[in-house]
Design a protein around this ligand. Structure first.
Ligand code: UT7
Length: 302
């Protein structure tokens, strides 16, 4: 699999730690120390999972610079589409004027959604085919702003990638452990923070190690690791356990907070735009979250 272009979109409105401290019993100091998050983007009334997905996907398609006729598959990962039907992916097909002779559907794998979608697409695509993969979330609409243990964490945004099949096989690994106690969403997000933290550190460490081995690489050969952005301390713990320096982990959670399925593609797009990815670099993409789910991909950037 080759990534031809990436894009992302974040709402203009920003919610700072200081603003949150006027809404619930918290402080900038606590949030920064326990999570690393300083701000998160919050959708205005007229911004939805679809409008953000459209902006991110438009940018990714422009960066990929391919005719729309090459897109054979659209997969959107989200837990916050306004409608049960049509899917985000079907609405995107219409709004972006993509061909009708394709498949388009949404998946819900929470914060691992973009990784699961990338793997699904890469296994599906035939030679010369392309796919549009999007993660888009308006988590602010399912965040309880009376609950300080969750409301400081989440933000809104979207990220997208256009991929094409390539001869190089993709190394990937996924896990699923059905559990509705640690992290569950009904009208709002409910989370046992400490239990999820422990799960996150263990699963992230294990999946990065396993996918690296599967790709025939050593941890020392990894150039950049782009993980789900949930908590700075989760990334720091994984870095320590793996013995891989923090400067090889891409981190943007101070600005965005946790954007669930949008988190990995936003981080990927920001890494691309910052000029951090070069040909032949060894890159890991990794996600973990509700389900419980986890997934990691090892790829050579081309
Ligand atoms: O995307 C899905 C994956 N999600 C995650 O990876 C999230 C994983 N979990 C976490 O990131 C962390 O567990 C949290 C950031 C949610 C919480 O941090 P923690 O260090 O695990 O805190 P805690 O839950 O153990 O709470 C410690 C204290 C408690 O007070 P007491 O009982 O010691 O008096 C909490 O009530 O901190 C209190 N607390 C807060 N204080 C100020 C919890 N939230 C806040 C807050 N501001 N926002």
């Amino acid at each position: 699999m080759r990534i031809l272009g990436t894009g992302s979109a974040a709402p203009k409105n920003v919610l700072t730690n200081q603003m949150l401290s006027t809404m619930v019993d918290t402080s900038d100091e606590w949030i920064v120390e326990r999570t690393g998050i300083r701000t998160r983007h919050i959708a205005a009334d007229d911004e939805t999972a679809l409008t953000m997905a459209r902006d991110a996907a438009t940018r990714a398609l422009a960066a990929a610079d391919i005719p729309a006729s090459r897109i054979k598959l659209v997969i959107c990962a989200s837990v916050t589409n306004e409608l049960r039907c049509p899917s985000l992916a079907c609405s995107l097909q219409r709004d972006l004027g993509l061909p009708e002779e394709i498949m388009a559907f949404d998946i819900n794998a929470a914060c691992s959604g973009f990784i699961f979608a990338l793997i699904t697409a890469s296994e599906f695509l035939k030679a010369d085919d392309c796919a549009l993969i999007v993660g888009s979330e308006v988590l602010s609409r399912i965040t309880d702003y009376n609950d300080r243990s969750t409301c400081v964490l989440f933000g809104d945004g979207a990220g997208a990638a256009v991929i094409e099949s390539s001869d190089e096989p993709l190394s990937w690994i996924t896990t699923v452990k059905g559990d509705d106690q640690m992290l569950m969403i009904d009208d709002y997000i409910h989370m046992d923070g400490q239990a999820v933290f422990k799960f996150a550190v263990e699963t992230l460490t294990r999946s990065i190690r396993s996918v690296t081995e599967k790709a025939g690489l050593t941890l020392a050969e990894l150039d950049l690791i782009i993980c789900h952005q949930a908590n700075q301390r989760i990334l720091a713990s994984a870095s320590k356990r793996l013995g891989v320096a923090m400067d090889r982990f891409f981190v943007n959670l101070a600005e965005h907070g946790n954007t669930s399925a949008a988190s990995v593609p936003i981080a990927l797009d920001e890494a691309v735009r910052a000029g951090l990815l070069h040909k032949d670099m060894r890159v890991i993409l990794a996600g973990f979250g509700g389900g419980l789910t986890s997934g990691a991909i090892a790829m050579r950037w081309s």
